[in-house]
Write a protein that binds this ligand. Structure first.
Ligand code: THU
Length: 136
């Protein structure tokens, strides 16, 4: 799936739109994500917090788990929208790298504008990923 400008903007818009479903009563920091797969499908996700705080999950991982649950494991790009331009946390970078080290990371504004473009490689250099792992 080609990552043209229209697709980037569509991902940012979907990440911004889905943010309304974030369940973030504790942090009050709603996050939305939109993950593009190699087959052109888009899976959205939001952060889902819990009163037992460590059991919450980030928006990016929600999107990854939705995609993998539906048979999609190759990712081209992810757009993330937070209240203030935040980038994916370390745990989410690692989970993304499990499936696709070579992906674009788009940071969108709450209005759905593209405010920054980077890569997973830049955010998680020298990742420990399945390609580096040798059994026996
Ligand atoms: N959060 C995400 O959903 N994605 C990120 O990349 C950073 C943090 C969530 C976790 C928690 O629900 C809230 O934002 C505050 O940390």
């Amino acid at each position: 799936m080609a990552l043209d400008q229209a697709t980037k903007l569509s991902l940012c818009r979907q990440a911004a739109d889905v943010r309304k479903f974030a369940y973030a009563p504790y942090s009050k920091y709603p996050v939305g994500a939109a993950l593009l797969t190699s087959t052109g499908k888009i899976f959205t996700g939001v952060n889902v917090e819990n009163i037992s705080y460590p059991n919450g999950v980030c928006a990016e991982r929600t999107a990854v788990f939705k995609a993998v649950s539906e048979g999609e494991k190759v990712f081209t790009a992810v757009a993330v929208v937070t209240p203030n331009g935040g980038t994916p946390c370390g745990a989410c970078r690692q989970v993304l790298a499990e499936f696709s080290q070579d992906m674009v990371v788009l940071i969108g504004s709450p209005k759905g504008e593209l405010i920054r473009e980077t890569t997973l490689e830049a955010l998680l250099p020298e990742s420990f990923d399945p390609g580096k792992f040798q059994l026996e």
